[in-house]
Design a protein around this ligand. Structure first.
Ligand code: BMA
Length: 858
């Protein structure tokens, strides 16, 4: 019986998952996904493994370790990266596959130092997590069972000798190395591996090992399409002229046909006879699309994507085919000298576009855990918050294809860093070659995405070298060597690869930067403004410290209580407890939050109120930043806050926590990033009412300014018609505070600004206070809630008799409130929705509502 089950198990289907990305192509592509097991090298017992995956998640799935995120478990799991691991599977091959002329194994991502054996023979050695590896293996394969074994060397043990050989330590600011014998030695710089795995000021230290992307076996005859680059040579309303550069690997010398088809309209774009020689061939095919549909960033139009299918044909039969989804658009970074320095803005399809967005970090420390649905949630949340750009930050990974596919679909442009951050790197030939190959692999993989707007060399290294006090640690000779290595990587290797393998996008050496090799300064280039937070400057400075493109700024908060509960016990519910401290990785984190809270808020009465007030405060600060940046267009043409997401449950600068729960700041960003923004701004004795518009046409509208007492009394009103200028920021009305306030006290009134379209529809609203939150005289409001059922969940209407500041709705069950953390004004009911697939019994009682006054000690 056992035998029968075994032989059944060995049937072909069970060993492979067929993934034939290109339907009907005769090239066989099967994923080696099943039957994997793993063990620590030197131990006897094999355990079940998941591929793609990593050691940490396999240990967890097999209950061999405790949840790495729970309480302080992280500390006990640091041994995992100091030992070696091995993975093994046995897969069956039949005569049909073996009969192909060429058989290859493709490793899409190996983390990081591996030796790979096929049927006992060494096939490959790898040393770069970001590379793809392809090996011919027909000779090593046999009919029946084949054994694939991957040895994963400890990244820590592999890199310590490199440090010893170099003889001195290079700066690596966030490396929380924990190397055993050589404590505090920074080794992350030697590994071409996700830098954040070594710890960051928002992330744990889990230096993973594993097969993190799929392994495929490919079998083919005659020829195979390896890669297609589609270049848009010119684009007008009438015509898109394109060129496909096609790489074909051929086993024969023969004639073939290439056919390019626009699948959307089933229209033939080009057909051509080609002669292939054995080995690699590069062929260009030119084609045109008439009356092209353009791809636009989120908010400006459709994200139209064309599926371009390229087929390689023999005389009678199809040999291979491959599809690419492309968007027709132009993206240009405009850098022109002007009176304040040099501009830094993106033109999309010929139009200047203000970039609104955030910095993105990998959304799990264990990369394989991010499911397609979670990727979608993330990019959808960005789009829903009116963002049009994300910066894939240089301390993480070159993201999976799905990330960029989603950005293409949702209209999110990508500022793509290369994976180098806050460190200097070794300059030996092997390291530099590895960097070059990594860049080639990733530029080739990503270059057809409409969403990618810019290649950027690194995160903050230029500034760090020139201004963070790194240089004096080294002799002049070493300084020269270290900086020459910097120049070699960021001013030579990477831009050269971008030019040779893409050639259509701007390369920017470092973020922030003023220009090649020079430290950043406000009038030129992009800026990371950390005066608020790191520099302890008040939030109000967001309005003074502007830049041409502000690619980082931020403020921390804790995740909501529901998330905190996922990693704590009740005894940990104190900001300074060991467990909470283990989930706060910024050394100054709690102190900063407390300092700012003293400046802006009353001391929260308890732990939960602290979490809530912290989130409200983060939103309060970032609102000021985003509005100031948008108001100052066209001087400033982009704002990307730090940071969109988290890689585990933690206190951080994120606007969404690890579970993708929106923090107050994500709701704030959604409003501040709306196409129309009405933004009141104090200027001396006046309040100026700015309207920022991202729209491409002027808009007739009505601006209303009201002053309202906290009990709902209208103290002032002014209505004026306005023509809102397209793609601009202007002040449309200036009122003196004297006029606005009259005899009323500023601690118990608010200024409400409203922009309506000609049909009365609301285009934007905003509330301004003339006092800091802690100085407002709030009274306990009585909030009324009416709930109805909708197809997506529930509709909620709230009203109040007194101003309810920072109203926060929460629910134990999972659900998404379409608005939250808003101010509720008497006489102005608020409608929102709770999106949930669940039927929630007794919902009126389950939704908890608090506002700022509930966080005060009574
Ligand atoms: C920025 C980032 C990260 C860091 C953040 C908060 O400069 O580039 O290095 O996590 O600051 O300190």
């Amino acid at each position: 019986m056992k035998k029968i089950i075994l032989s059944l198990l060995q049937s072909f289907l069970l060993f492979f998952t067929s993934v034939s990305a290109e339907e009907n192509s005769p090239v066989i592509k099967n994923e080696i996904k099943l039957n994997w097991q793993f063990r620590q090298v030197g131990t006897a017992i094999w355990h079940k493994a998941t591929v793609p995956g990593c050691v940490h998640t396999d240990l967890l799935a097999d209950s061999l370790i405790k949840d790495p995120f729970y309480r302080t478990n992280e500390k006990d799991l640091q041994w995992i990266d100091k030992v070696d691991w091995e993975y093994e599977t046995v897969f069956n091959l039949d005569g049909e596959i073996l009969g192909h002329e060429k058989i290859e194994l493709e490793f899409m991502g190996l983390d990081t130092y591996t030796d790979i054996f096929l049927n006992g023979e060494k096939l490959l050695k790898t040393d770069n997590m970001f590379r793809e590896w392809k090996v011919e293996c027909k000779r090593q394969l046999k009919q029946g069972e084949n054994r694939l074994r991957i040895l994963l060397h400890s990244p820590v043990k592999t890199d310590i000798p490199k440090l010893e050989k170099l003889g001195y330590q290079l700066p690596a600011i966030n490396d929380q190395s924990e190397t055993g014998q050589l404590d505090d030695q920074k080794i992350s710089i030697f590994a071409r591996k996700a830098p954040y795995h070594y710890g960051w000021d928002w992330g744990p230290r889990f230096v993973t090992s594993g097969i993190w992307r799929p392994i495929y076996i490919k079998a083919w005859n005659n020829a195979k399409i390896e890669n297609i680059q589609i270049i848009q040579s010119s684009l007008t309303k009438e015509l898109a002229s394109l060129r496909a550069n096609i790489e074909i690997n051929s086993a024969v010398e023969d004639s073939f046909f290439l056919r390019v088809v626009n699948k959307n309209e089933n229209a033939m774009l080009a057909e051509k006879e080609i002669k292939l020689s054995k080995g690699e061939n590069k062929i260009s095919v030119f084609f045109e699309i008439k009356d092209p549909k353009f791809w636009w960033p989120n908010g400006l139009g459709e994200q139209y994507l064309y599926e371009i299918e390229t087929s390689l044909l023999g005389l009678k039969e199809l040999i291979d085919k491959k599809s690419e989804n492309i968007g027709l658009r132009t993206v240009k970074l405009v850098r022109e000298k002007d009176h304040s320095g040099t501009s830094f803005y993106f033109k999309v399809n010929g139009q200047p576009v203000f970039m609104k967005g955030a910095n993105y970090i990998p959304s799990d420390i264990f990369l394989n855990r991010v499911s397609p649905a979670e990727y979608e949630k993330l990019i959808q949340s960005a789009a829903l918050a009116n963002m049009n750009m994300l910066r894939v930050w240089g301390g993480g990974i070159y993201e999976n294809d799905i990330f960029y596919d989603l950005c293409d679909r949702y209209g999110i442009l990508v500022w793509q860093d290369f994976m180098f951050a806050c460190s200097m790197y070794p300059g030996d030939a092997a390291f530099l070659e590895s960097v070059k190959q990594e860049a080639i692999d990733n530029v080739k993989r990503l270059r057809n995405h409409a969403s990618i707007a810019l290649w950027c060399g690194n995160n903050e290294i230029e500034d760090a070298w020139t201004g963070w006090g790194w240089k004096p640690r080294y002799s002049l000779e070493k300084q020269k060597y270290i900086y020459n290595t910097y120049k070699e990587i960021f001013l030579n290797i990477l831009p050269t690869v971008c030019k040779d393998y893409d050639g259509t996008r701007y390369y920017w050496p470092s973020s922030p930067s003023s220009d090649y090799g020079r430290a950043s300064k406000a009038g030129s280039g992009d800026t990371h403004y950390w005066g608020v937070w790191h520099g302890k400057e008040p939030f109000e400075n967001f309005q003074k410290k502007l830049g041409r493109f502000i690619s980082e700024y931020g403020f921390q908060s804790f995740p909501e209580f529901k998330t905190v509960k996922s990693y704590t016990l009740p005894e940990d519910w104190d900001i300074e407890s060991d467990v909470m401290a283990a989930h706060q990785r910024s050394g100054i984190g709690n102190l900063r939050i407390r300092d700012y809270m003293k400046m802006y808020y009353k001391t929260p009465k308890d732990f939960q109120s602290f979490l809530y007030t912290g989130q409200v405060m983060q939103g309060y600060g970032i609102k000021q930043a985003i509005e100031a940046h948008r108001r100052s267009m066209p001087y400033c043409m982009g704002t990307l806050f730090w940071q969109l997401d988290d890689c585990w449950p933690v206190a951080s600068w994120s606007s969404m926590d690890y579970y993708k729960r929106w923090k107050a700041m994500q709701y704030v960003a959604k409003k501040a990033y709306q196409p129309f923004l009405i933004s009141p701004s104090e200027s001396g004795d006046n309040v100026n009412f700015y309207i920022v518009s991202d729209k491409r046409q002027d808009t007739e509208a009505q601006l209303t300014v009201q002053v309202i007492g906290f009990s709902g009394k209208e103290l002032f009103i002014r209505k004026i018609p306005v023509t809102v200028r397209s793609n601009a920021s202007l002040s449309y009305l200036s009122l003196s505070k004297k006029e606005l306030l009259g005899q009323n006290k500023s601690d118990s009134l608010l200024i409400y600004a409203l922009l309506n379209g000609t049909n009365g529809e609301m285009l934007s609203e905003n509330i301004m206070y003339l006092r800091q939150p802690k100085d407002l005289s709030l009274e306990k409001p009585e909030i009324k809630m009416q709930i109805g059922k909708t197809t997506n969940g529930y509709s909620i209407e709230l009203s109040t008799n007194e101003l309810a500041k920072d109203v926060y709705l929460s629910l134990e069950e999972e659900g998404f409130f379409t608005d939250n953390y808003f101010d509720l004004i008497p006489g102005k009911a608020k409608k929102l929705e709770l999106i949930t697939a669940n039927e929630i019994g007794d919902i009126e009682k389950k939704i908890k509502i608090i506002s700022l006054i509930d966080s005060y000690l009574q």
